[in-house]
Design a protein around this ligand. Structure first.
Ligand code: PLP
Length: 288
């Protein structure tokens, strides 16, 4: 249930009361998970002005996702809707927030896509997790590390609404007493986390899993980090790695837009030594 202090905007209608019903029962987003989304971080500065971290990168990825799904995406209309929603959020006097952009194919009977912007307060868990780090288990993803090569219909790297597997993996991680999961391919390669990219440091080199054939999402936060890190003396590399490689890395992070980079303090039951200076540097480079 959205909070009354949340902000909700509907493509075509603009701002609405946050408890307004916004989906019909024949909406393909509900009946088939047929659509795409973005999860973004909203910031409010000391003058009460709101902004969206990496908005251009999120709109570009959503545009690519919509194109892969053959759903219309008018980037200028979305940008206007986001601006209205963020302005309304800042006017509530609340601070850092999470924003979802949701686009579904819409009701079968109208064929008109459903588009929503929803801004809500940050999960209370995030500050604790950022402080104490993540315990993580690796889980089989059931696909090879090249399963998405030359198969665009598999929607590799498309941020679809179909996150049921990702959420099930997080529940399985919780059942095993961990905070989060890292997916591993059938050939033993590290893929991604259910809601974040995996980045690891070995010496002054940062590594992440390649996109493309692996089907993993191209993370906007990981890309920003890899864009900025070379000028801070890091090398950056896309590497297909095993879980043993992660165990041998100096630091492993799970990185995403709203939660930011969080270091892994335990992997498959093995405690990892924290490196506060390196962790602080990576947070800064990611804008956290
Ligand atoms: N991988 C998956 C599966 C995700 O859901 C996310 C988060 O949205 C990411 C990676 C990280 O992407 P970003 O940094 O753009 O939030």
């Amino acid at each position: 249930m959205p909070e009354s202090s949340d902000v909700l905007a509907v493509l075509g209608d603009g701002l609405v009361d946050p408890v307004t019903p916004v989906a019909r029962v024949d909406d393909a987003g509900l009946t088939r998970g047929d659509g795409c989304f973005e999860g973004c971080r909203v910031l409010v500065d000391s003058h009460g002005r709101g902004s969206v971290d990496k908005l251009d990168a999120h709109l570009a990825r959503m545009s690519r996702s919509a194109a892969a799904l053959d759903i219309a995406f008018d980037v200028d209309a979305w940008r206007r809707l986001v601006t209205d929603a963020v302005t309304a959020w800042a006017a509530t006097g609340q601070g850092e927030a999470a924003m979802k952009l949701l686009l579904s194919r819409g009701p079968a009977s109208t064929g008109a896509p459903t588009g929503l912007v929803w801004i809500t307060a940050l999960s209370a868990d995030y500050s604790g997790l950022r402080r104490r780090g993540l315990t993580v288990v690796t889980l089989a993803r059931g696909v090879g590390s090249d399963a998405f090569a030359d198969s665009p219909w598999l929607l590799g790297s498309v941020k679809t609404l179909s996150y049921a597997i990702n959420m099930a993996a997080q529940r399985e991680a919780a059942r095993r007493g961990a905070d989060d999961a890292i997916f591993v391919s059938t050939d033993g390669m590290v893929l991604e986390s259910p809601t974040g990219s995996v980045v690891w440091a070995a010496g002054r080199t940062l590594h992440t899993t390649p996109t493309g054939a692996t089907g993993i999402l191209a993370g906007t936060t990981q890309q920003l980090l890899f864009h900025r890190a070379p000028s801070a003396g890091w090398q950056v590399r896309e590497t297909l790695a095993t879980v043993d490689d992660l165990h041998e890395a100096d630091v492993v992070w799970i990185i995403s837009s709203v939660r930011g980079p969080v270091d892994v303090v335990e992997l498959d039951g093995k405690t990892r030594q924290r490196q506060p200076d390196t962790d602080a540097e990576i947070r800064r480079l990611c804008g956290f």
